[in-house]
Structure formats: C-alpha cells, structure tokens
Ligand binder design. Sequence first.
Ligand SMILES: Nc1ncnc2c1ncn2[C@@H]1O[C@H](COP(=O)(O)OP(=O)(O)OP(=O)(O)O)[C@@H](O)[C@H]1O
Length: 716
Amino acid sequence: MNDQAMETLCHDFNSAVTVSDDNFKNSSFCGISDEHDHLKKRYNEECELLKKKYLDEYNERKRLYNEIIELKGNIRVFCRCRPLNSDEISNGSTSVVDFDSCQENELQIMSSDSSKKLFKFDHIFRPESNQEAVFLQTIPIVTSVLDGFNVCIFAYGQTGTGKTFTMEGTPENKGVNYRTLEELFKVSDVRSNFMKYELLVSMLEVYNEKIRDLLVENCNQPTKKLEIKQSAEGTQEVPGLVEARVYNTDEVWELLKSGSRARSVGSTNANELSSRSHCLVRVTVLGENLINGQRTRSHLWLVDLAGSERVGRLEVEGERLKESQFINKSLSALGDVISALASKTTHVPYRNSKLTHMLQSSLGGDCKTLMFVQISPSAADLGETLCSLNFATRVRGVEHGPARKQADVGDLFKYKQLAEKAKNDEKEIKKLQDSVQSMQLRLSAREHICRGLQEKVRDLESQLAEERKLRLKQETKALSAAASTQSSAISSLGQSKRRTTTIEKKPPLAPSSKLRLPLRRISNFMPSRSPVAPTKTRNSMIPLPEQRDKENMSSNTLMESCKTKTLMKPKRLSITARPSAAKQVLEPKRRASIATFRPEPSSSSMATPLNRSNARMQTERVGRKSFVWDPQRVWRTASVSSPMSQMKGGSSSAAVVEQTAISTRSSKFMCSPPLSQAGRSSWIPKHPTVIALQKKQLVWSPLKMKAMRNSRKSIV
Ligand SMILES: Nc1ncnc2c1ncn2[C@@H]1O[C@H](COP(=O)(O)OP(=O)(O)OP(=O)(O)O)[C@@H](O)[C@H]1O
C-alpha cells in the first residue's frame, strides 16, 4: 500500500468514526448514563483495534511495495530447473522442487527431513520451459544494449544443470547467445530509420586463469597470451582480442559454433562434455543516432560459467583436479565480489580472478545484469542446488545504482583531447599576443626616441646651416676687405720695384707629407692648436739650391700630374718678401700666399657648402691670399707683382716669391702650375696675381699659424 492508499484508508476510517459518533448521539440510549458509558468504552476499544489493524496492514503493504521496488533494480535473477534426465528417472529419483504450492516467482525446495525452503527470484522456469519462453523474458534486458547500456547475462550452477544448454543451446534449440544476436539484428532493422548499429562479436574463455581467444583462425597454433588492461576511459579491455563484425544471423551462428568448438571441454562423471572453462561472448554495439548524431558504445557479455561442483564430489584428479580448483577459485572470487557489492563495502575485489576482473564494469555499477541460476531437480544434487540458490539469492540482494547509458567514450575521449589541445593553443596564443604587445610597446618607445633624435639632428643641421651662412658672410666681408687692400698694394708696387725683390720658389710639399695639415676654411675664429708639433724650421722652409732643385723636380713632377688631372684646379702661391739681404737676419721674412681661381667649375660634383663657396668665389674671380705675421705687430707689405714675368725678370727685386704646391686635397686652392707650361723652375701664372697687403689680421688658417710660428722662430 502506498501513502495515498493509506491516506484514503484513514479518511474512510475517520468518516466512519464520525458517523458512528453522530449515530451514538442520536441514539435512543441517550440519557441512560451507565449503559451509555459502557457502550462508549466498547466503541472506543473497537475503534482502536480497527485502527491498529489498518496500520499493520498499511505497514505490511508498504514493506512489500518497497520489496517490489527493489526487484525492479538492475540485477535480475532467473532460476531455471532442468528436467530429470534418463539416468535419474531410472534410478527412481524424485524432484525436490515444488512449483505447484508456491507463487509464480517463488521456488520451494523440499529437504530430506521434509523441511521446506522458499526462494524468490525474478522468474522461475520450470523444466518444461522451452528455450523460446526463456528468451522471451530475457529480451527487455538484451535490447538495453541497443539503448547504450552495458549488459551482462551469465549462467551459474552445478555442472550438468544446463548452463551451456541455456546459453548456447543446440542446433534445434538455440540458446540465449544466438537468440540475443538475432533479436539485436531484428531491433536494429526496426530502428534503421533513425539509428545505425554496428555489431562486433568476440569470444574468449578463461581456462586455468588464462585468457584464450576462441575466434583465432588456427586454434592448433600456440595462442598468444591475452591480458586485461584498463583503458583511459576506465573500462576493461583485452588488447589483441579478435572482434568479428557480424551482419546477419547466419554469420553469428557460424561464429558461435566455431568458438564453442575451440572451447576447452572435458569429461567428468557429472557431465560427458563438461565445460572446463568460463566461456564469454562479448557483443560490442556501436550505435549512432541519425537524428541528433549521438553515439553510443556498449557491451553485452554472455557468460557460460564453468560448473560450480565440489571437487570431492566429482572424484577428479590430475589435470581435471587442477581445472576444478581454478574453476572453484574463480567462482569463489565471483561470490566475494557479489558479497562485497551486496554489503556495499568500499572495496570490491574484482581483481582476484580474471573472470571478475573482466566483468568488472558489467557486474557492478551502472550496467544491467541478469543471472540464470541453473538447478537440478534431483534429490541427489540437493546440496549443490541449495548452494546455488543461496548464491543466487545473494546476487539478487545486490543493490545497484541506476543503469547509465554508455556514450561512445572513444569519441568523447577524442573530443576531450581536442578540447584540451584547444585550451593549450589558446594559452599559447595568449602568450604570443602578450609578447607581441610588449614588443609593440618597446617599438613605439624606440620610435619615440628615434623621433626625438631626428628632431635633434634637424635642429643641429639648422644650426649648422646658420653657422655656415654666418661664416660665408664673414668670408665675403674679409675678401672684400682684401680686395680693397689690393688697390693700395698695386699703387705701392711701383715703389717696391726699386727694391730688389727676390722671389724664391717655395719648395713644394711632398704629396705624401703627413706633417702638413690640410687647409681649412678661412675663419675669423682662432683655430685649435694642431696636434702635430711643427718640426720644420725656417731654414727647412728655405731649401738649399740643390734641395730646391730636387724639390722643384718633385714639384715639377706634381705639376705634370696636375696638368693632366687637375689643370683647371685652383693654384696657390706663397710669396716671401725679403726687404734686403743685409736686414735678412734682423727682419722677419714677409710672406704672402696667393691663391688664384680659374673660372671653370670644380671637377668635384659634390654640392657641399665648401664647393658652393668655391663656385661663388670662382664666379667672383676673387684671389686668396695668406700673410706672414710680423712679430712686432707691424704688417709689412709683402709685395708680389703680377704678372709673374715681372717677378721673374725682376731679379733685383728683394721680394722672393715662394711657389708652393698646395695639396690637391683642398679644392679651394689651385695647385702648382704644370711644368710643361713653365718649362723652367719658376712658374708664371696666366692670370693676374694679387699682392696682399694687409695690416689687419682678418682670417686665420693653420698655414698662417704655422707661418707665424716659423717667423717667430726665425726672429729668435
Ligand atoms: N532445460 C533443459 N532441457 C532439456 N535438456 C537439458 C536442459 N538443461 C540441460 N539439458 C541437457 O543436460 C545436459 C547437460 O547440459 P549442459 O552441458 O548444458 O550442462 P552444463 O551446466 O553446461 O554443464 P557443464 O558445467 O559441465 O558444462 C545436456 O545434454 C543438455 O542437453
């Protein structure tokens, strides 16, 4: 009785009581107190009894109801009793099983002492039950595998009780194995519109705690050793086990026949062809829902266990004894597992035997299990029968959790791996993005610095340009001043003609001379002190006649080269004026450097400010002069007449013009004239040479500094 039924019952009871009370109040006995009290008391007592009766009934029904719920668990136990065989009938054996005096799912065993034992199972198959009737009860469980559930059906019992008959059957009475696959094909055909199934069949035996593949083609060859491995998904797998894809029932029958032929059988006194091993058929069902794409991968185990007979009773020895010991050991392990599952202990000893280890995921947990307990009706097997029934009762007491559909873990595992990979990739991408961001930041910082530096460069360039402009202005000023002095110098030339002017050719510097600094641009600023110490004395600057010849020779050679290469380049003359031979010792030599410019443009194509200045100066046809500084701060006129023919012809002139070959490195100055042009030691310029007469120092150059130093030394 459920709660609702009980509530209804109580409601009826209360209403009945209420009605009784009203009747009592309206009764004719009202007013007769003694009798009234007596009746009331009796009435209350009756009510209490009734209440108690109803409550007891309610509690009993509730208990039964809960028991029925338990029976609807995931472990079912079917009991099948074989008929008495011809030997037993001939021996006059009677059946100890009473089916008539008990309910449909109850089994009563009569002991020799006339005591009765009642066993309850989910279904009881009488000896006359045929294979079809048995399988009919099995179908709901079997087809669960197509819904994605793991299913295990195993037959347990004493040897010769019909385990193999139930599972394998005979060609005329096919057993559960064949019928199961037949049913699976039928159902998969029915569901073919929305489900696609693949059926794979494996067949193996556990013989003496060794796993043997029964579907290996040549069974005569030594079979490879198979081991149970736990897969990544937590299920038990046997790597290397043959999985035969089956498409129809004919294939299945052939496969099962070949497998059972390979099975280890032996003869015992209980069974002529006794199975000496546990035979396991595994049907793997791969399902795919064509509507939602959901995939399932489930297993159906069909197990024909070896006989659970006692060793002593069978009177076996040798190999048979060893086989029986292994069989009993593994069945004992199965019993331990069942006990552990029934008592809900934390540790279930699945690994105590190969059998339990292999069936781990199909005995406990979220699978559907069906056990056939096979019994013999013979009184001679009573003890074994009771043992089997007790074991079956324990199995039935095991409480499983709800069965769970098995998704295709292979796919799930793949998806899981992909998800993990995607996660890792995401992390990697994030790392790379971070590094790119930091690099971008660094780049922008460097760009900022670069921009700052570029701005600085621009500022400096503008400063430089301004400075150049200023210098050019100063140079122009200086040159104009020099030009003004030229006129005065020319006027004083007549006077200086009276004096003997000796023009000495200044010895040309060797082109490779390192002592002479390159000419710098004329500047009003004091040049920095040259790092090269002046080694030349005044005397060295005035060469001896022999030396002079030599130097002139080298000068001439230089001129020759200049003729061909730098004919049109500016040339420079250094002119030293000596007032008189007598005063030569006392008075410093006056010297003038004269540079003339040709109108042709410089060969240098570089548009440097210096070149531009040159070009401007060439256009203006302005000469350039250098002067010797008088230590007494008296600027004496170094008179050099132009044209040079006058200088040459005027041997009486005191002025000595030193012709110096200026390094061709300086484009501002013209090199010494070509030898061929002169054809002699002295050079006569084509263009008029300007004599620089200047009292005020305007322009500084390293040459001037040197000249100044030299003049000082000569004075000293
Ligand atoms: N329900 C049944 N109806 C008719 N014959 C049966 C039935 N059960 C068993 N038998 C017969 O009993 C004999 C023994 O059966 P079976 O070999 O299946 O027993 P078993 O339990 O598998 O024994 P073992 O454990 O030694 O292998 C067979 O000849 C079989 O045909």
